[in-house]
Design a protein around this ligand. Structure first.
Ligand SMILES: [Zn+2]
Length: 282
């Protein structure tokens, strides 16, 4: 779909995050997108920041009705690409696996470990879609799951906002919606993993399969069970930390939007090179 055909609804950058990110933009167009994989979490909210067209998608739906394991990740990524999006920012709240990464820490991971179960994690599963198209089998490199250019831009923007973000680390993605037991949490930490979340997978691999750049941005809101000291933080304190930092995170991400390269020079756009997915990407 070309930008022209989208009649002003197109976007080049996608942000998968909550309504707190776009609610105050002056001019936001609500765009409903249907995909061969079903409905995305919500309508997409398209606006402009620093001269760049941005599509916001509330990952859990605007009323937060979808738990992490029920999110239609395939529809979300497909919908973004349908609007013209090629670079995606994926902010998410995580738990710190070590006291070093306490509440308020911003971490830009460079690795992930998938501990989810039974989520649809490929567009190329050989199934016939409702529109009759059938994919081939495709194997995509995922050694480095995140876009190196996007990571650099986020780290630099955070630094300029006085937020010394952690450069690299491993996000462990659990199925949820329950939190980890203390034993699981200690085990995750013992592996050297940094933070734990519930939505980072399969978002990143699905973006890669569509040749999108994807950058994960982790805001630590609490310490995971095994990393707590004493009684740990209270729920009220967690909410306070989140509220304090969501504005900061939004400011950083808006700055990132303006700084993302207009012409991508990373390898993300060539993820399918030499392979025929059998279905046309939007
Ligand atoms: Zn990239």
């Amino acid at each position: 779909m070309s930008q022209g055909a989208l009649d002003g609804r197109g976007a080049e950058i996608g942000v998968i995050g909550g309504s707190g990110f776009y609610a105050f933009l002056d001019d936001v167009t609500e765009v409903t997108v249907n995909t061969p994989y079903g409905e995305p979490s919500d309508a997409l909210f398209v606006g402009e920041i620093a001269g760049r067209r941005v599509a916001f998608l509330p990952r859990h739906g605007r009323t937060h009705r979808l738990p992490p394991h029920r999110i239609n990740y395939r529809a979300n990524l497909w919908a973004l690409r349908s609007l013209g999006v090629r670079q995606v920012l994926g902010p998410c709240a995580v738990g710190g696996l070590t006291a070093e990464y306490g509440p308020g820490t911003l971490l830009v991971p460079d690795q992930l470990v998938d501990r989810t179960k039974g989520r649809q994690q490929s567009f190329y599963d050989g199934e016939t879609r409702p529109d009759g198209q059938q994919s081939n089998v495709v194997h995509v490199s995922f050694a480095d799951p995140y876009c190196p250019s996007g990571r650099e831009v986020v780290l630099a923007a955070a630094r300029d906002h006085g937020w010394d973000a952690v450069d690299g680390g491993t996000m462990c993605v659990i199925e949820g919606p329950r939190f980890s037991t203390r034993a699981e949490s200690r085990w995750h930490a013992a592996q050297g993993w940094s933070v734990v979340g519930m939505t980072g997978h399969p978002e990143a691999i699905l973006a890669r399969e569509l040749e999108l750049c994807y950058t994960s941005v982790n805001l630590v809101t609490d310490l995971d069970a095994g990393a707590e000291v004493g009684e740990g933080v209270s729920h009220a304190e967690v909410l306070e930390v989140f509220a304090e930092n969501i504005g900061r995170l939004r400011d950083v991400l808006f700055d990132v939007v303006g700084r993302l390269p207009k012409d991508r020079d990373c390898l993300c756009p060539t993820a399918l090179l030499g392979q025929d997915p059998g279905i046309a990407l939007p």
